[in-house]
Every structure is written in structure tokens, then in C-alpha cells.
Ligand binder design. Sequence first.
Ligand SMILES: [Zn+2]
Ligand SMILES: [Zn+2]
Length: 174
Amino acid sequence: MHLNPYGEDAVNLAAALANRRPGSTDELAESCRTAGLTLERPVTADDLNRARAALDIWEMIVDAADEQERAGLLNRMLAEAAAYPRLTSHSGTGWHLHYRDAEQPLGSVLFTLFAVGTALHLTGRGMHRLRRCEVTGCDTAFADTSRTGRQRYCSQRCANRDAVRRHRARTAAT
Ligand SMILES: [Zn+2]
Ligand SMILES: [Zn+2]
């Protein structure tokens, strides 16, 4: 997976895994492959634990009360993920940046990917663009990559559901 300038794929993978926590190493491997990550070795229990730790912090970043708290939490995550960025070109992928040391286990790769991807997303598109769905009881976390930056629902399905609810409320009131 290449980090595009807005970190979109990385932040979306974090959201997908946070919303549906991998219950096993196989599930984690499957989600990563689906997202386009190349897995160089078998996924271990340590990878799963490290990924879960990363998702715990990531959800705190989603639920941060304000921008300052959000930035503070993300800086802590970045500090923990820290390695100097370097240019790399593996298996014909073309030159790109890695924000981690070579030969890292998947858990650490994900930790760095979530931290850097989320930082790129928030600084590139807006600090407010990470939130949970507005439908009561949904709570799905998502990165707002919409053009306007005012996405309120995790999906079209939830948007429709809320439109129906609001329509019913209006009808009941009249
Ligand atoms: Zn790479
Ligand atoms: Zn939703």
C-alpha cells in the first residue's frame, strides 16, 4: 500500500478494522490483503495485539473532544511509531516513502500506517474530518473524504435511514 498525499487508504483501513475488529490473525490478514497490503510473512498473535493497540489509540483520536486533544493523541501515536522516513522501491513499485524501518512485523507496519495516514488525512483535508456516524446506535467511525467535508453519515444507507426518521418526525408533528 502506498500512502497517497492524503493518507486516504491508510485512514480508511484503520476505520474498517476499528469498526469490525479482527478476531483472529486470519481475519487481520484477510482485511489487510483486501486493502492492498502485501503480507511478507505469516500474521502472528503479536501482530494482532499490536494492531489492536493501534486501533485503541486510533479510536481515542476519533472521539477526541477537540482539535487540540486530537493533535496531542496523534502526536503521541506518531512518536511511538517513529522512524525516519526513507525512499524505497521494492518489487517494481516505483520510488515512494516509507515511514518505518525495513523488515518490520505487520503489527508495527499497521501502527505506523494508521498514525502517518491519519496525520496526512487530517492535516491535508481538515482536522475535523474524522468522526462517527450521526445515526443513533450506528457509531461507525469514518474518515470524511467528501468534497465538502460535511459528511455526517457512515454510508448512504444510514443517510437514507435518518432521512426517513426525520420525515416521520415531521409528519408526526403536523
Ligand atoms: Zn512500499
Ligand atoms: Zn452509520
